[in-house]
Design a protein. Structure first.
Length: 778
């Protein structure tokens, strides 16, 4: 739009210049005629002639000036036109960023199965909270706090789940406590195809999704954190609510707009209607006559009168959708599209409650109104919008505390050995994940060299990084490479295109932030030490970043909005386009942190303050989510006692489950379980493990798993955490290591141990003291 306005402005200036030229010519002709007339006058009119001549001369001078001005105007118009053309080109480049070669994966599902026709254009979400609703038959449950929701043919089932806890896992159990459908759809089913009866996703937002059963005249508005399930009923439809339990009683208020359903399993459910409705019931179903309007269903926790009064009070206000807006660094605002009347009641999980800024928004927290959840108690919050404010974190190239000069020599000796071993040909990995770890490891060496003032090794590192990164960006890497999948809208790899199991599921959109985070780290460092290279490959770098960090909302976007980051849970998900009974999952929080941290560093390298702000904010939230749900501290009561006693970290965290084991080893491999939550080791690790007491608990818990061979790579991360509270012991153990993780090195471990410092005050708990954006968040 700006470019078009400049073009119009330039055209107007050119038109004005042409008009000025024409006027100048007319003035000159008029002056010449006046001079000729004056010369032919008689002597008695000499004085008048002289005066006329002077006037004519003045007009001639005016004409010359006008001609000069018109020339300048034309020159200005030309400059403005060039400026407008450049602006237009820049706007087009922004609207159409670099795209890797286009393909359509034969292994990916068809998005048209579950998205409505109005949404049928890529990009589509691939790691969302409702992803199961887009895969296979679309009938796997998703946890949409506080309920498990399971759609099926022409109906939706809702469960307020119970929980099973053991020493190795926690999970919530789905039972179809209530199932809502249209009675007429049962009759129609005999003559309609399953495709005609199946729901489509008619809209979705950061905080909600709407399932539209057009054949049944039902629309389910599923907004995360709503204590009510909201169903919109059209066209005078008969509604049925079934249960797997026996109905003990059904009672209605005088206006027939509130109905209390008591079940044999001791649950009580409240049904609110926007207009009077009469329900009949039998042993396991209640049915209505024709109804059009809004039905809201809520589980009554603890069957207490206070909770019922709260649900009654706010039953008339509901959210149709919800947006999460990154308003400024380290701040996130929730804005719901509200319908009905009265204030909006939603539920906040424990991290919400900690981050909720009551000074920035008008909310009331109902401390005693709670729903049980696998994520901790969900607390009632009244308000049409929330502001969440996270503590700022340090996004720095080098260590937060610094390294004493007397420690430099040991690090430099290790650096020389590690840099001498760099050999692009030696990288045998073709996988984007493992290759990314190799190049990020080399990039760490460059920054360590800067910090210990050993700059002579940087040219070697720069040459290595250029030779290993460029083939992936140019498309010349032998054996793999980046492609653009036009079906769902995102980057996949050549290996993932031909075999969805390759590249750890990257071709199925699994863990994109892990893989690309390593590439972004290496690119950011290379752009820092070689700005000319950075400028050349900026389009490719930003395309990789946008694959998982795009903030746009579909229009003109090549990638979905925040592919992996969950703006309600405030952490990322992996899993991609694979159906899981427990929803999305994430294993390594530290690699998720690395992804957003690396994007922020890339922003620093390119002078992009917006990217620094967004990357830093997501880094901060990912860290606090990891500390909330993955780090299991002794004595915590978030999880059951059996689980807490046996675990210091969660292995794989699912939307609806907690597992001790990892994807590649069992729960007994505590060394791997610690390491996967630490790697890659970098300056941001200090913020992730800012709790020294927890670091000691975690190391002590892990030691029993270290009495085995072939674990040197994992042992290094245990030593790193030990260095937080016992620098001398950790340093001795690091010096004796004979091997390292693919993304780690002796130089990196020595850098980490020597940068721990002696004075606790030299660091800061959340990294905010040294935060680039600290002055924004007082």
């Amino acid at each position: 739009m700006v470019a078009e306005e400049k073009v119009v402005e330039a055209e107007a200036v050119v038109t004005a210049a042409r008009a000025a030229r024409a006027e100048a010519k007319a003035v000159a002709e008029e002056a010449a005629a006046a001079v000729a007339k004056a010369a032919s006058e008689v002597a008695s009119e000499r004085v008048a002639a002289v005066a006329a001549a002077k006037a004519a001369s003045a007009k001639a001078a005016e004409a010359a000036l006008a001609e000069e001005l018109s020339a300048k105007a034309a020159e200005a118009a030309k400059a403005k036109a060039a400026e407008a053309a450049a602006a237009k080109k820049a706007a087009e480049a922004a609207a159409f960023p670099f795209v890797f070669p286009r393909v359509e994966s034969p292994f990916l599902p068809d998005p048209s199965t579950f998205f409505s026709s109005s949404l049928l254009s890529a990009p589509f979400p691939t790691n969302s909270f409702f992803q199961n609703f887009t895969l296979n038959n679309g009938d796997q449950a998703e946890y949409i706090h506080p309920y498990l929701i399971k759609p099926s043919l022409s109906s939706v089932s809702v469960s307020f789940p119970s929980r099973v806890a053991t020493s190795t896992s926690l999970y919530q159990v789905f039972n179809a406590h209530l199932t809502i459908s249209a009675i007429s759809s049962d009759n129609a089913a005999h003559g309609s195809s399953p495709e005609a009866l199946r729901y489509v996703i008619s809209s979705y937002s950061d905080l909600g999704v709407t399932l539209d059963f057009a054949a049944s005249n039902l629309k389910f508005v599923l907004v995360r954190g709503s204590p009510y399930l909201t169903c919109l009923v059209n066209c005078g439809t008969d509604v049925a609510i079934f249960t797997i339990h026996a109905i003990l009683s059904l009672s209605s208020n005088k206006s027939h707009t509130k109905h209390t359903l008591k079940l044999k399993n001791n649950q009580t459910w409240l049904v609110y209607t926007s207009s009077p409705i009469s329900f009949g019931h039998n042993l396991n179903a209640i049915t209505s006559g024709r109804f059009s309007g809004v039905i809201r269903i809520a589980y009554l926790p603890n069957s207490g009168s206070f909770n019922e009064e709260v649900l009654d009070k706010f039953s008339s206000s509901y959210a149709m959708s919800g947006d999460a807006v990154l308003t400024r660094p380290f701040c996130l605002e929730y804005k719901w599209e509200k319908r009905g009347w009265g204030d909006l009641l939603m539920l906040a999980h424990p991290l919400h409650v900690r981050l909720l800024s009551r000074e920035d928004c008008h909310v009331t927290v109902l401390e005693d109104f709670k729903y049980r959840s696998i994520d901790g108690d969900l607390v009632g919050v009244v308000g049409d919008s929330w502001v969440l404010r996270s503590n700022p974190v340090s996004v720095t190239w080098h260590s937060i505390r610094g390294i004493k000069e007397e420690s430099h020599n040991e690090i430099i000796q290790a650096l020389r050995r590690d840099v001498a071993s760099l050999n692009p040909v030696a990288i045998t990995a073709k996988s984007s994940y493992f290759y990314g770890k190799f190049i990020a490891r080399a990039a760490r060496l460059a920054l360590i060299a800067q910090e210990v003032c050993h700059l002579e090794v940087i040219p070697t590192i720069r040459k290595y990084l250029k030779s290993t990164i460029e083939p992936w960006l140019d498309g010349t890497f032998s054996g793999n490479g980046f492609l653009y999948d036009a079906k769902w809208g995102g980057i996949i790899t050549k290996l993932g295109l031909t075999n969805p199991g390759e590249d750890l599921g990257f071709g199925l959109y699994n863990a994109h932030h892990y893989h690309l985070g390593y590439f972004l780290y290496a690119i950011a460092v290379l752009a820092k030490i070689d700005p000319a290279w950075g400028r050349k490959y900026r389009p490719q770098a930003y395309s990789l970043m946008a694959d998982f960090m795009n903030l746009g909302r579909r229009s003109n976007s090549k990638y979905p909005r925040l592919r992996c980051f969950d703006l309600y849970k405030l952490h990322s998900w992996a899993g991609g386009l694979t159906e899981f009974s427990n929803g999305r999952n994430q294993e390594s929080t530290s690699e998720a942190v690395n992804a957003y941290y690396s994007a922020a560093l890339m922003g620093l390298a390119y002078g992009d303050t917006h990217l620094v702000a967004v990357g830093s904010t997501l880094t901060a939230m990912e860290i606090q989510a990891a500390q909330t749900w993955w780090h299991v501290r002794e004595g915590d009561n978030l999880y059951e006692e059996d689980f807490t006693r046996e675990n210091r970290v969660v292995g794989v965290l699912w939307a609806n489950k907690r597992d001790s084991g990892l994807w590649f080893v069992g729960a007994e491999r505590r060394d791997c379980r610690l390491g996967i939550q630490v790697l890659p080791l970098s300056p941001i690790t200090e913020v992730l493990f800012s709790n020294v007491q927890f670091a000691k608990q975690l190391v002590d818990w892990t030691y029993s798993a270290l009495n085995r061979e072939g674990i040197e790579g994992w042992r290094g991360f245990v030593c790193a955490l030990e260095g937080i509270f016992d620098q001398g012991s950790a340093l001795e153990k690091v010096r004796s290591l004979s091997g390292f993780d693919d993304g780690n090195s002796m130089s990196n471990l020595l850098w980490w141990i020597h940068s721990r410092g002696d004075d606790e005050e030299t660091g800061c708990k959340d990294g905010g003291k040294y935060c680039w954006f600290g002055h924004y968040c007082h």
